[in-house]
Structure formats: C-alpha cells, structure tokens
Design a protein around this ligand. Sequence first.
Ligand code: PLP
Length: 364
Amino acid sequence: MGEGTRAVHAGLPESSAGAPFLPGPVLAAPYHLPGDPHATPYGYGRYANPTWTAYEAAVGELEGGLAVAFASGMAACTAVLVPGLAPGDLLVACSDGYPVVRALAAEHLEPRGVEVRFVPTAEIGRALEGAAMVWLETPSNPALDVCDVAAIALVTEAPVVVDNTLATPLGQRPLELGADMSVSSGSKALSGHGDLVMGLVTCADPERAAAVRRWRDRTGAIPGPFEAWLAHRSLATLELRLDRQCATALALAELLAAREDVDGVRYPGLAASPGHELASRQMRRFGPMVSFDLGRRERAERFLGALELVAEATSFGSVHSSAERRARWGQGDAVGEGFIRFSCGCEDTADVLADVERALAART
Ligand code: PLP
C-alpha cells in the first residue's frame, strides 16, 4: 500500500458497525479493575491508555518499530539519553542539532560522569570510536546537514539513535537504515497543526521498547490522551501536508539560490545544497525547512517584519508557514546573525514565494 494510504489507516481499529473510524480520546485516571490487576493493560492512567495505544500503533507502523509516546520531544530524548548512559560512557552526538539536547547533556549527563563528544553532523561518521551511544540528527536543525545513517550503523557497535523530527517517517525511516531507535518531536510536522506538544521514541527491539515504556511509567512523562488523539487524527494528512510543504520548500530554495542578495541557501532537496546526494539516497522527502543567510541582523529583522503571510515564530512543520532569525535565541547554534530558519506550510506555494519576494524587497 502507498504511504498516503498507510498514513490514513495507521493504527485504526477493525471496522465495526456503528463505531467511529478513530475512537475518541479516553480520559481516565483509574479504570474499573476488579481482581488480578494484570488482567488488563488499562488499570491506571499513568501506565497505559487506549488512545496512546492506537496512536503508538500508528506511529510504529510508519516508523517500522515499536513506538512509545511522551509528553514532549524533550521527554522522549530524555528517556533515551538519561537511562541509556552510565558514568564513564561516551556519548557521541551531533554538535549542530537541536540545542536543548546539548543543554541536557551539559547539565545532566556530564555532571554524572558521562563523557560527551560533540561532532558536526557532516563529520560524525569519522568520530565514533569508543561510543556507548551515537546520537544523530539528520537533517540537522537548523543548518540542515546530513549524515549517512546506514554507514554509521554498520561500523559502530553502540546503539544508534536518530532524531527524525525534521524528516518524519514519511521522509526517512531510520530503523530501516539500521538505527536502533528513532526519536521525534511530535510537536512539529508529524502532527503538523501547531496545536500540541508530543514526543515519540520508536525502537527496533521489543526489550528496548519495554525499557523506554518503563522509564515513562517511572518518570510520569506521559502524553495527554486528548493530545494523543489529536496527533493520531492529524497523522492521516501527513503525506498530503508534507508533499505540499516539500514542494514549496524546494521552490523557495530554488528562488533564493538564484538571488544574489541571499547567501548559504540550504535545503537537502536542492542540488547545490551540502549533502544533497546522500540525502537523495537516504530520504524520500526532504522536509519543510529551508535555511538561508541574510547577512546582517538588521536585514534579517527587516525581512521578518515585512512578511505578511508568513508568521515570525519558532518551531517548524506546521500548516502555517513561519520563519525566525535563529540567533535571537542565543543558544550557541553556530549560525550567523542574519541566519533565517524558514518552515514551509501548506498555503499555496505561489503565495508563500510572493510574500518572501516582497519582504526581501522591503526597504523599511
Ligand atoms: N528534536 C528536534 C530536532 C527539535 O527541533 C525539537 C524541538 O524543536 C525537539 C527535539 C524537542 O521537541 P519538543 O519541543 O516537542 O520537546
């Protein structure tokens, strides 16, 4: 079956007369639980919930593994990083990925005696020696560099984790490439409407999935049933949304690359972008994000202020196009003051491009 069909049907129950296609969210703390408490998975709301079960089945189907849903992408990252590394272990991780992962490592792993080696995504395959865990983010956010997941998984004995937030499982399937775990923020393109915060860990190995689930039980980093239901409902349109977003992203990247007043245009789907050849082998869709450099901070701010359709906002992957000057966060991303992270939404491509061209021409 095609990917669009799988996205529409993933995790839905067998059809039954009078039943909805996707059952509504189950809002429960305790469930009726007479006698043996292990006779049903649903005894208490922190341990299990039928709405999570359906959503996890859907994501697991798309990623090709066993999915566990979390309260946020960072809760999912934490569930892999913190229990997976002991004092003396070496974590090899991308230096140019989501900065809060680096902050977590600096504040909570290094003080516990975990050694952390940060390496640029494009070079990480050459720095794996001694790793107890390899943490990849490909394409990386926000600079959109890529690394070869299959080649890395082949040469290291350590568990390989891929943050698949940017690509989503319809863009890239890390477990098929040989990774052990795929981690995602469900707050981005996977759910895609900018209306919820969610996280996922998908594991190839059932024992590892059980350990991740146990971590969630113990720490209580659980998603709300309503968010899980919304996320599942939104998954049905993932292919449609991504196809529009990716078409707009490529058209935008081409438009920007052809301009002399815009530098460093990056989009893995753009032939001139770093890593394009590898991305073309590894990915089926290149994601909604384009990055580029407008040089001076003032020019980037003028551009953002002049956009009318595209919102100035953080995050990415929503149906609404948005853009931001990444350096405004001061989080140590190795990007210049005029670096723009642009997320293409599902508006008409022509409207997004026209807004960008108009804002680039704005003088005040
Ligand atoms: N991973 C990546 C690549 C992200 O961009 C983000 C958030 O921006 C996260 C993880 C964390 O996700 P959340 O904000 O859902 O906690």
